[in-house]
Design a protein around this ligand. Structure first.
Ligand SMILES: *[C@@H]1O[C@H](CO)[C@@H](O)[C@H](O)[C@H]1NC(C)=O
Ligand SMILES: *[C@@H]1O[C@H](CO)[C@@H](O)[C@H](O)[C@H]1NC(C)=O
Ligand SMILES: *[C@@H]1O[C@H](CO)[C@@H](O)[C@H](O)[C@H]1NC(C)=O
Ligand SMILES: *[C@@H]1O[C@H](CO)[C@@H](O)[C@H](O)[C@H]1NC(C)=O
Length: 565
């Protein structure tokens, strides 16, 4: 690589601003945010869903990654264009607590680490930032995101600026070599005060992924409570987010003992989930069993908090964005189904396509990065469609644009089952155009019509029609994952079939019923993803509204397209 600073103009980037689907256009939240039972709400009491991407600024240079590759405004614009409304921006404690680090300018910080090429890249792409201090540049990143209506969650990722996280890196738990509780409290207060009055900074994660031999609950409660109070007194407008033990995989202890704070309406918990923590099961195991078991474990370790009325933020999950491996495809389907059902707040790992420096490697390629190495465009087209339904809220306070209905979400495509208004056949399409289904007592019907979901036979299209005298097909959720929607065929010797859709299902892109896959161990290897569906509750506005039926049994259920939002 030469010294010439890369100045790649992204045509794709410019164009992508023009093609934001209508349903992604949301009105910005009006901060500050509060908690209302398990939900985050804005000042008007209306639900705000965090659909974030993690952007790293905690590494040795203490400079948000990518500023050597693209102009800051282009990066912020691209984040919004990809449908994210929020960034979890990481920072290292010593950036604020060590004056000799705080006072470095961006180019000084890069050059002292031998990153002359990155320094030159910042001077070309972001000349206004190059000679600001690292702290001022961090503030500029927040301001640029704010100009794009992107909220910020500040995450204290580590103390000593470097790649996180190892059990023995001296940054894992209170009392470790670089983790002095007093210094941590001072840094949190400084950061909270720095953004007091900056309304786009909606939350602070007090410390990422606590871990290592020193972790213990006595100290967790002690310091987390003091840390939350310190942040609150310096900046009463931010939510405080508490991470669990064991790399933020464990919040189970909260079932026994709550956190006690002097203030209310501001406390959130966070949890992390990566497929590689699930023991290689995603590749070798029965995917129904693995998904059922992992989600069961997550429920015990943290998801239960939602039931108890506490907000829970899935603040890291991610996968290799170069190509979707079979294991990652299953992990992602299982995760997005769960996230849709619970309508979780979340943050993807990660935005950055590359690092100035990571673990000794210059210009390190981040394979989990949603952007390419040059920060020019999304690394792969498979990913965003899989999560786009999760980028806006489905339900929650102030969102009752419709009475509650169900959508039938197909996680392996990110789409939903709808009836093609021209052909009347069932197919997968944008969840923004979903039918309003009603799933009650085994009947899956299109709300406001007499149309029920019906199964005719193995390999036959599923269809909707009047249920007839016998009540039509009775549907139930089966397998360990509970993601197969099954019925027993009345006219076929009691055969059980499952809804099936997508490329693997056959049936030319429509929704069909096939023999159910991977219900037992004996069938391995097998892949049930085309048959995975989640019946998800929603009250959000639909882009169409069904006309009341003119007469009983007039079964066509025509759609009228209307403008919404
Ligand atoms: C501040 O950081 C510098 C550079 O890493 C280090 O040499 C110095 O010891 C630190 N100072 C304190 C007070 O920790
Ligand atoms: C937790 O750590 C503190 C000091 O770091 C120690 O005094 C205490 O005994 C530990 N508690 C448990 C339950 O291990
Ligand atoms: C935070 O800002 C508010 C005004 O926005 C001010 O009243 C308050 O004193 C500030 N708090 C601190 C700790 O600086
Ligand atoms: C779920 O937790 C149980 C008990 O801790 C463990 O034995 C099992 O392996 C876990 N399952 C997965 C898939 O991680």
């Amino acid at each position: 690589m030469g010294w010439a600073a890369p100045l790649v103009f992204c045509f794709v980037l410019a164009a992508s601003h023009l093609i934001i689907p209508l349903h992604r256009l949301r009105s910005a939240a009006s901060p500050p945010l509060y908690t209302d039972s398990r939900w985050l709400v804005d000042a008007g009491g209306r639900r705000v869903k965090l659909a974030c991407v993690n952007w790293v600024a905690h590494m040795e240079p203490m400079v948000a990654e990518g500023l050597g590759k693209q102009p800051l405004a282009a990066i912020s614009g691209q984040i919004a264009a990809m449908g994210f409304n929020c960034v979890r921006l990481t920072w290292a404690l010593f950036m604020l607590t060590n004056d000799s680090l705080s006072s470095l300018t961006v180019v000084e910080s890069l050059r002292r680490l031998g990153l002359a090429e990155s320094a030159a890249g910042v001077e070309v792409n972001n000349p206004k930032l190059a000679h600001l201090s690292v702290v001022q540049a961090f503030q500029e990143v927040v301001s640029s995101l704010a100009r794009n209506d992107v909220m910020v969650v500040l995450d204290n990722q580590i103390s000593k600026p470097e790649w996180c996280c190892s059990k023995f890196d001296g940054n894992g738990f209170f009392g470790d070599e670089f983790f002095d509780p007093g210094e941590w409290l001072r840094g949190l207060s400084l950061m909270a005060a720095l953004f007091n009055g900056s309304s786009s900074v909606v939350a602070m994660s007090l410390r990422n992924e606590l871990r290592g031999p020193r972790q213990n609950l006595t100290d967790w409660y002690r310091y987390m409570q003091i840390g939350a109070e310190a942040v609150h007194s310096a900046n009463p407008d931010v939510l405080v987010i508490l991470s669990g033990l064991d790399y933020d995989k464990d919040l189970s202890f909260l079932a026994e003992k709550p956190v006690e704070l002097s203030f209310s309406g501001k406390l959130v918990f966070e949890l992390h989930w990566y497929g590689f923590s699930d023991d290689g099961d995603w590749e070798r195991g029965n995917p129904n069993e693995v998904c059922g078991s992992v989600v069961g474990n997550l429920t015990e370790r943290g998801l239960f908090l939602l039931e108890q009325g506490h907000p829970l933020f899935l603040s890291e999950f991610g996968l290799d964005q170069r190509a979707l491996s079979l294991a990652d495809a299953r992990f992602l389907s299982c995760l997005t189904a769960m996230a849709a059902e619970l309508d979780l707040d979340w943050a993807l790992w990660a935005l950055q396509g590359s690092y100035y420096l990571r673990e000794g490697t210059l210009a390190y390629d981040e394979t989990y990065g949603i952007l390419t190495w040059s920060w020019c465009e999304p690394r792969n087209s498979f990913f965003l469609p899989r999560i786009s339904t999760l980028q806006s809220p489905l339900r929650g306070p102030g969102l009752s644009e419709n009475s509650e209905f169900q959508m039938i979400f197909h996680p392996s495509t990110g789409q939903c089952i709808l009836k093609n208004p021209k052909t009347n056949e069932l197919e997968l399409g944008s969840c923004a155009d979903t039918e309003a289904w009603s799933f009650q007592g085994g009947s899956l019907a299109m709300e406001g019509t007499e149309l029920h979901l019906l199964a005719d036979g193995v390999g036959e299209p599923a269809r909707v029609g009047p249920s007839g005298g016998c009540g039509g097909s009775i549907w139930r959720l089966i397998s360990d994952s509970k993601m197969h929607i099954a019925t027993t065929l009345a006219n076929d010797g009691g055969t059980t079939v499952c809804l099936d859709a997508g490329a693997e299902a056959g049936g030319g892109g429509g929704v069909v019923t096939n023999l159910c896959k991977c219900l037992t161990k004996e069938e391995l290897p097998c892949d049930p993803q085309s048959q995975w569906f989640k019946v998800v509750s929603s009250t959000r506005s639909l882009r169409w509204r069904r006309r009341p039926l003119a007469s009983h049994g007039g079964a066509s259920g025509r759609r009228t397209w209307i403008a919404t939002d």
